[in-house]
Design a protein around this ligand. Sequence first.
Ligand code: AP5
Ligand code: MG
Ligand code: ZN
Length: 215
Amino acid sequence: MRLILLGAPGAGKGTQAVNISQKLNIPHISTGDIFRANIKEGTELGRKAKEFIDQGLLVPDDLTISIVKDRLNKADCEKGFLLDGFPRTIPQAQQFDVALKGMGVELNAVVNLDVPDDVIVKRMAGRRVCKGCGMTYHISSNPPKSEGTCDSCGEQLIIRDDDKEQTVLERLKTYHEKTEPLIDYYEEKGLLLHFDGTKDIMETTSEIIERLLKE
Ligand code: AP5
Ligand code: MG
Ligand code: ZN
């Protein structure tokens, strides 16, 4: 299956993507994770991306599109993929359509997670991420088994640099301006599926999987 996960920052894209990609056995591709890995490794791409990410702005389209195209060319994407955080602008979506055509494939669905801004601001304050593998937790709604430590790799949990409240508010503003129009874009193509992202994590996963398998 070839899928896109849409939603505001903190809507739960990364959390749902881990569950969905496991259940459907397709790779989870997060542009945010790719940028953060590059920042950690100190690459040229990471250096460029960090300037924008730290301000709550989007990384320029050309840079972002080229990393996604490279990733989709890897062999594991032949069985499908789940994109988390891409596309995020209308030009990205248009260029992605061209790329899909070139690959001779079509999207199956676009999953949209709806969460109001005030819920997001509260959620982000409690998010913790693993320094090692990037796994995401929440201090109250999705805590690790042992405080401050990743269940999956044992590394330390930290607060993401862009989770400061001021940056979260900037990211929300960017989302409403640049990314929210994609809801109509994919609705018009008949691909959009809406989900309430304020429900329990596992309940939302079950609803999404059930719906996708019906498509
Ligand atoms: P990215 O890493 O994609 O950040 P984002 O879209 O802002 O989304 P987040 O990762 O913050 O949230 P999420 O929806 O994954 O939520 P999560 O599952 O963690 O991008 C970072 C930056 O990179 C961007 O700002 C931009 O600069 C750049 N970038 C990336 N892609 C780009 C692109 N295509 N073009 C240009 N620039 C790009 O959940 C959040 C918290 O809530 C967690 O603590 C979680 O445990 C908790 N939670 C999740 N679900 C629930 C639930 N149902 N109930 C209660 N708590 C929940
Ligand atoms: Mg994420
Ligand atoms: Zn980990």
